[in-house]
Design a protein around this ligand. Structure first.
Ligand SMILES: [Zn+2]
Length: 253
């Protein structure tokens, strides 16, 4: 059912949150746009101007790696200053209240962790862009060190342990989904009684399968997104409004 207006949507959401004992939020780009993080997939977004670099190309080509890192460092000012928005803070409030065991996110911006949710309770389906990993051995690297090397030498160094390339800790196109995160997200979706999809257009699979999975396992499903999604007709409540305005009333509860 689509909420007739923002106020009635917030009221119904409040009732559903009060009645639920285990709430699993699932977040997409829409929760972070008010924090200044662009939606890469939106019309006019970065990916319509800059073709994403697939994983196999990153591995095969030194030029592709340099381009990927050049783009990432160009975004650093945006990521470095971004602070959690009202949506993040509302979810952190529900987490502190013991209502939310963990958050599943498609975002790579680290803002759920910054809002106070323990890293272990943020299930990142597409990884995290605020640090880097060796694609061979998994050794982690801080971005500021890599950025200094990039500025000095024109390229990010290879892994100091195993000599394989270092990449942001994100999941690129063509890269395998993180197994443990997928497993934990599956368990959360199957065992919650309220699943809230927030700011996701629900078109990127397999991530988009989790709302349906939760619904099929008996949870109530809420979809909060500015635009319609393909799963609106199976949701118990659809709120087509701004994420910050919709979740703002739940900050600090
Ligand atoms: Zn390595």
């Amino acid at each position: 059912m689509i909420a007739s207006d923002l106020r009635s949507g917030v009221e119904q959401l409040g009732d559903m949150i009060a009645a639920a004992s285990s709430i699993v939020p699932f977040t997409g780009a829409g929760i972070s746009t008010e924090c200044g993080i662009p939606d890469f997939r939106s019309p006019g977004g970065l990916w319509t101007r800059n073709r994403p670099i697939p994983f196999d190309e990153f591995v095969a080509s030194k030029e592709a790696r340099e381009e990927a890192w050049r783009r990432r460092f160009a975004m650093e000012a945006t990521f470095a200053v971004a602070k959690p928005g009202r949506g993040h803070r509302a979810l952190a409030s529900l987490y502190r209240a013991g209502k939310v065991p963990a958050v599943i996110t498609q975002n790579i911006d680290n803002l759920h962790q910054a809002s106070g949710i323990a890293s272990d309770h943020v299930i990142e389906l597409h990884g995290n862009t605020t640090y880097a990993r060796c694609i061979g051995c998994g050794q982690t690297y801080q971005l500021d060190w890599l950025k200094r090397r990039f500025e000095d030498e024109g390229a990010v160094p290879d892994c100091t342990v195993c000599d394989e390339p270092i990449k942001t800790a994100t999941i690129s196109f063509g890269q395998a989904m993180p197994e443990e995160a997928m497993q934990r997200a599956t368990e959360l979706a199957q065992h919650c009684d309220l699943f809230i999809a927030i700011g996701s257009s629900l078109v990127v699979w397999p991530a988009a399968g989790f709302p349906l999975m939760a619904k099929n396992c008996g949870a109530r499903l809420v979809i909060i997104n500015r635009e319609p999604t393909d799963q609106d007709d199976v949701a118990d409540l659809v709120i087509r409004h701004d994420i910050g305005e919709t979740l703002g009333p739940f900050v600090g509860n």
